[in-house]
Design a binder for this molecule. Sequence first.
Ligand code: IPE
Ligand code: IPE
Ligand code: MG
Length: 232
Amino acid sequence: MEIPRHISIIMDGNGRWAKKQGKMRLFGHNAGRESVRACTEYCAEIGVGYLSLFAFSEENWGRPADEVAGLMDLLGRCLLEERDTLLKNNVRFRVIGDRARLSASLLKGVESLEKETASNSGLTLIIMLSYSGKWDILQAARRYASDCLEAGEALPLDETGFSGYLATAGVPDPDLLIRTSGEQRISNYMLWQCAYTEFYYTPVLWPDFRKTDLEQALQSYNLRERRYGKVE
Ligand code: IPE
Ligand code: IPE
Ligand code: MG
């Protein structure tokens, strides 16, 4: 079986999962932690290079204040509580997104875990936080423009060069993108990076997603023929 170098997951359906049991939405977000653990463990075990998880979009800032606060609080707690497991499993932790919107304390927690795990050589676990595809492309364009201003000329730019300005610079494009909860849309995720990504949709709600669901996605991925616009 071919193991993708980079698997990305749009972790969706926490709210509906909670609602089904008559609970608050945050209960669903909290339950999603177990799915994150299961996927991280499995990806580390089978030798996936990068696992990126869409945890919070730029648009998600527009949710009710108590849900946003609850999610940020949950993330902060996860940083502390998952630390030992990540270190033990040789996982390198990273956050990609608009850091300017994160609270000082959350940012501090993120930066310290990134630093502590920076030399780990196993799976790279990336939490996409306060991220959106259009935000990423725009910040890349702005930084390129500012480099041009500084250089006093229009600097040469090709696809590889532009990728280097994206927040995901250095991370290979996702080979497989999974979205849970039955929604079949990209929701402003990695728009540039998903140019040739294989998509896999499953009706399973994120808090129910486990190793066997990931195995099914990998089986489907292995049946795909990636042509990149060419003929075989
Ligand atoms: C995904 O679950 C988690 C985040 C977007 C933060 P949702 O909160 O979107 O759950 P549904 O889609 O409402 O069920
Ligand atoms: C996408 O889910 C964002 C994350 C999973 C973090 P949403 O629930 O926010 O997306 P829409 O609103 O259904 O498109
Ligand atoms: Mg949703």
